[in-house]
Design a protein around this ligand. Structure first.
Ligand code: HMG
Length: 440
């Protein structure tokens, strides 16, 4: 069987931008550095009043199909991952297919369509579904269109409000892909958790501080599980680690956890020992609290070492560049992190073919998953085609009053009719509901 992976990727951002240090922080009475340095965010992408998960998904998908010269006939399934769905019956992929059919004048009747939900990890789960479908030989030579799309909005005043975002990532999954091949091996960490959830409600109920701990606990389990099937990961064998990025500060913590994990029992741990001692071993402690305290002290020392800082700067920091400007895109977030890393490598003229990405996906509720991706020859052309910088630069900067109105426009509990702040150009735009709830 040939290799299977991501052949092409496209990113579509919401058309508005909320500046965190200059617009958000003064309104909250907070130090701007809480956002820029603490959370690691400069801005959020926000959807204009004519944008939603369908328009953003269809725009990303159309850009991808158009660039790759794909016809509906080439696509055997359309899977949409989202946690912002507005329809409990019809999957978002049917709405997206409807948009694309208008442009192509051809139908997708032959294509299987579905919607995946498991908070932010659903984007990666859809990727896995596509991978498995192709590996099983059920694809009849066709590829899968996987789209992760979300309007990641929080209630006004919620601690998560600073981490909002809106955008979509479309990926084309095929045999002999042009970007990255996916490993068969995967590692999981999964538990029933209630730190972030939306039971019949639009905005999440969040225990933010706990959600950070749950993310780290599940990611640690996923790493251990991955190594149990694929063997130990050595830090020198990792080009980049794109993590799910609700905000870059979260990934700072995940990066440190991952480094401690992959350096354990290696020559790097020995070399670091002279400076900060060896990692605490659980079996050496009778008392769980004493063990945890020793780990905390080791991690605090580790993060100050030149060795760790250098590794973080090369392996993790490049995954965060786009995220700093767009906030959390929920299901799309880890796929934005991958694109950000590859874009850095391209800009640095780095030859990445054959190198490994370890992709750490996460969704509240909660589940983490790790798999390896191998960058394939010719990957540069796919990344060169991204116009994400231009999209980000073209966003309309929101004033605080505009932000309040647009947030209300997307709030299902507020009856508002808000004029758009931008004019849609060559893109799908929502202009209301028609008879029987049909989207116009
Ligand atoms: P908060 O209470 O506003 O912020 O909530 P804080 O006081 O904890 O400060 C944040 C960081 O900024 C801290 O750094 C501060 O020290 C630092 P840390 O100690 O954590 O390294 N800080 C400053 N730094 C420099 N200068 C300053 C300054 N002030 C403070 N002046 C919280 C933060 C994450 C709780 C909040 O944003 C939140 O609730 N977010 C939503 C939940 C979330 O994103 N959780 C992440 C893990 S769960 C996940 O990733 C899944 C998710 O994507 C959903 C899904 O899967 O569907 C959310």
């Amino acid at each position: 069987m040939n290799t299977v992976g991501i052949d092409a990727v496209e990113i579509w951002t919401g058309n508005l931008r909320l500046d965190l240090p200059d617009t958000f922080a003064p309104q909250k009475g907070e130090d701007p550095e809480k956002y820029t340095k603490g959370l690691g965010l400069n801005a959020s992408s926000f959807p204009d009043s004519y944008e939603d998960i369908v328009t953003m998904a269809a725009n990303a998908a159309y850009r991808l199909m158009d660039r790759k010269g794909l016809e509906p006939e080439d696509i055997g399934r359309i899977d949409v991952a989202t946690e912002s769905a507005f329809d409990n019956s019809k999957p978002v992929s049917t709405y997206v297919a409807g948009c694309l059919e208008q442009v192509y004048g051809q139908d997708f009747h032959h294509a299987n369509k579905g919607e995946r939900k498991f908070a932010c990890i659903a984007g990666t789960q859809s990727l896995d579904d596509a991978y498995n479908w192709i590996k099983a030989g059920r694809n009849r030579g066709r590829g899968a269109l996987v789209i992760a799309t979300d309007t990641a909005l929080y209630a006004r005043g919620d601690a998560g409000e600073a981490t909002q975002g809106a955008g979509a990532v479309a990926m084309y999954i095929t045999e002999d892909p042009s970007l990255v091949e996916l490993s068969t091996e995967q590692g999981y960490g999964s538990a029933d958790e209630t730190d972030f959830l939306k039971p019949n409600q639009q905005f999440p109920s969040v225990d933010g501080k706990r959600s950070v701990q749950v993310y780290l606990a599940r990611m640690r389990e996923a790493l251990t599980d991955y190594e149990s099937v694929a063997g130990d990961i050595h830090p020198d064998d990792i080009a980049y680690v794109p993590f799910h990025t609700p905000f870059p500060g979260m990934v700072r913590k995940a990066g440190l956890l991952a480094y401690r994990h992959v350096t354990r029992d290696t020559e790097i741990e020995e070399e670091l020992a002279a400076e900060i001692g060896r990692q605490p071993r659980r079996e050496a402690f009778d008392d769980e609290d004493a063990y945890r305290e020793a780990v905390r002290e080791y991690m605090d020392a580790l993060k100050e070492t030149d060795r760790y800082r250098g590794w973080y700067a090369e392996t993790i920091d490049p995954t965060l560049t786009i995220s700093r400007e767009v906030g959390n895109w929920y299901t799309g977030s880890v796929h934005v992190a991958r694109a950000s890393a590859l874009k850095h490598a391209l800009e640095d003229g780095r030859d990445l073919a054959g190198e490994s990405l370890y992709v750490g996906s996460y969704g509240s509720g909660a589940q983490a998953e790790i798999h390896e991706e191998t960058v394939v020859e010719g990957w540069e052309a796919e990344i060169e085609a991204l116009n994400v910088d231009a999209q980000l630069a073209d966003r309309h900067d929101l004033t605080w009053e505009e932000y309040e109105r647009i947030h209300d426009a997307h709030n299902h509990d507020v009856d508002s009719d808000v004029e758009p702040l931008t004019t849609p150009e060559d893109e799908f735009a929502f202009d209301g509901w028609g008879p029987m709830g049909e989207r116009q």
